[in-house]
Design a protein around this ligand. Structure first.
Ligand code: DP6
Length: 397
């Protein structure tokens, strides 16, 4: 039997101007435009292989080694859009095999443990859409494909690009103008690095989808956020990125995270995503910036307590003198940094900073943090040599 197979990887992205609120839940159309940084794939990525054959009996998905349902509406919407586009090609060129009519086998794998506490839906839907678009040899560009990924999960549309990415909310009712565009390519500002502090969390968060619906329905502050605060910030943050102005970028990133979490607290009943450890990280970041009298690091939090810190490579020693001192017990430093480098961070802290510090350093901070992921800005979806599907059987390898 002939089995057609295509594979791709897709990255995780972390918003610096948050998407929070839908104006159309069916099409996943947002109440505001948003901006994100795409993270490197050596640390965090989804690899997806998609296959189709006349002989396959049903659409099937295997996720991290387990068969999962494809029945949810969002996935179905993505598959339908991709099949429609393939169908258009087949009607224009009748000699093409009728892939649009055959069932799909999709195998997908993350390179990071679910236990890392990171939502993987953005990378997952981005990889799904790109793998099938590749399988179907669709001519659509990444922005056009991002409209499809958006229907899977809003934030997924931003994972179709590397570097610095905007999701333009658009205003069309059918969502045709609600898609991702590149703000600045990775190559233009590769010095942007990120440290993710994975915070221990026992309770189950309100999902983003439910949380944002509650905020839209009940928060007064939210109205101010989407009508006044974000439209202005969207323009200014894009400008700061294009000008590679870290100070402005960092300040707006922190303010936007705070604004988003303020609308969560203003929802009724209130939603709490950040916890006490998150708040300690917020205080620490402001203290470090005040200590250096310079914005060397920014924090941002999504729908959970994990902190994502953005900083420039040139300030790594300054930042890590503090971070390593406080979090050396936490997993994730090695093998990214060798013993000499790690000792270097400690020495800088002990010899240069320790005696000048006037703020409280919480020696227990590490207790709330389970791991640190040290990464940086990275590229968009990449072709993958590695396939997760056996071409002779059409089943997972
Ligand atoms: C806080 O994209 O997960 O991370 O569209 O309902 O799937 P759905 O929501 P999702 O929401 C992400 C919310 C956020 C902010 C952001 O990524 O912009």
């Amino acid at each position: 039997m002939t089995v057609y197979v295509a594979s791709t990887t897709a990255p995780v992205n972390i918003a610096t101007l948050k998407y929070w609120g839908k104006r159309d839940a069916n099409l996943n159309l947002p109440t505001n435009s948003s901006i994100s940084v795409t993270l490197a794939q050596d640390d965090l990525r989804t690899l997806t292989s998609a296959a189709t054959s006349e002989r396959f009996e049903k659409d099937t998905l295997w996720l991290n080694g387990k068969e999962e349902s494809l029945a949810n509406k969002r996935t179905q919407d993505c598959l339908q859009d991709l099949r429609d586009l393939r169908h258009q090609l087949e009607s224009q060129n009748p000699s093409l095999p009728k892939l649009s009519q055959w069932k799909l086998h999709i195998v997908s794998e993350n390179n990071f443990p679910t236990a890392a506490g990171l939502a993987s839906s953005a990378a997952g839907f981005a990889a799904l859409v790109v793998a099938i678009a590749k399988l179907y040899k669709l001519p659509q560009d990444m922005s056009e494909l991002s409209r499809i990924a958006r229907k899977g999960s809003g934030s997924a549309c931003r994972s179709l690009f590397g570097g610095f990415v905007a999701w333009e909310m658009g205003d069309a009712e059918d969502g045709l103008d609600s898609m991702a565009v590149e703000v600045l390519p990775l190559e233009a500002w590769p010095e942007m690095k990120a440290a993710i502090l994975v915070v221990s969390d026992v309770k189950k968060d309100t999902s983003s989808t439910q949380g944002m619906q509650l905020t839209v329905a009940t928060s007064d502050l939210f109205k101010e956020r989407v009508t006044t605060v974000v439209p202005k910030r969207f323009v200014e943050m894009k400008e700061a990125i294009v000008n590679r102005d870290f100070t402005k970028f960092a300040e707006m990133t922190m303010k936007d995270s705070n604004s988003f979490h303020a609308t969560c607290l203003d929802s009724y009943p209130p939603i709490f995503y950040i916890n006490d450890t998150s708040k300690k990280v917020i205080r620490l970041v402001h203290s470090i910036n005040a200590f250096f009298n310079e914005t060397v690091v920014a924090y941002t939090f999504d729908a959970g307590p994990n902190a994502v810190l953005y900083y420039l490579e040139k300030n790594e020693n300054k930042l890590f003198a503090f971070l390593y001192k406080l979090l050396h017990q936490v997993d994730g430093w090695e093998p990214k940094y060798n013993k000499d480098q790690l000792n270097g961070f400690i020495n800088t802290f002990e010899n240069e900073y320790k005696d000048k510090i006037e703020f409280f350093i919480d020696p227990e901070l590490y207790q709330g943090i389970t791991r640190i992921i040290l990464t940086r800005v990275g590229p968009g979806p990449q072709d993958s040599e590695k396939s997760l599907i056996d071409q002779s059987t059409g089943l997972p390898k």
